[in-house]
Write a protein that binds this ligand. Sequence first.
Ligand code: MN
Length: 195
Amino acid sequence: MKFELPKLPYSFDALEPHISQKTIEFHYGKHHQTYVNKLNDLIKGSAFEGATLEQIVQKSEGGIFNNAAQVWNHTFYFESFSPNGDEDRKPSGDLLKAIEQKYGSFEQFMDDFSHAATTLFGSGWAWLIKTKDGSLDIVQKSNAENPLQDGNTPLLTCDVWEHAYYLDYQNRRPDYINAFWKIVNWDIVEKRFKQ
Ligand code: MN
C-alpha cells in the first residue's frame, strides 16, 4: 500500500493571519509530503508493506517509525483547524465538562497546554489526550513521538517543531501558540473525545 498526502480540508491561505499561506506551502506541501515519500520508500519490501499507518506507528522503530509517526501527527494536526472563526473559540458539551473537571476552567487548561507547548525543549508536539481510564491529560512528546504508542487517544496537538512557525513568528513560539488557539476546530476535537 502506498501512502498519499491527505487533502487539506481548507485552502492554503484559509488560516491567515494566524498561519500564513507560505507556512502551509512549506509545512504541508514540503515537510508533510516528504514524510509521506520517505515512508513509502522505507516500507518497500519491509514487514510493514501493506500495514495501516496506525499499525506502523505502534510497531515500528527507527526511520520507519519517525516518518510514519510524522505522517500521522501532521495529518492529525492539519485536520484540527478550521478557518474564519471568531477569536474566542472554546469547546462545549461533554468535552468542556471534562476539561473543567480536570483543569478547573477552560482558561486554566489553555494556560497548562500552552505552557507544555512553550517549554517543550527542541522539536516535538504538545498533546491533549484521553487516557485509557477516560480522563484527560496534557503530555509533551519529542520529535515524532506520539500518544498512540502509550495506548492513549490523542484529542488535540500543537506542532512545536520550528518549521511549524518560523516563517511567521521566527523564534517567538509563544506567539504561534496564541495564534493556534484561534484556529482550533473544537467540533473535531469533541468528535475525537466521544469516540
Ligand atoms: Mn511539522
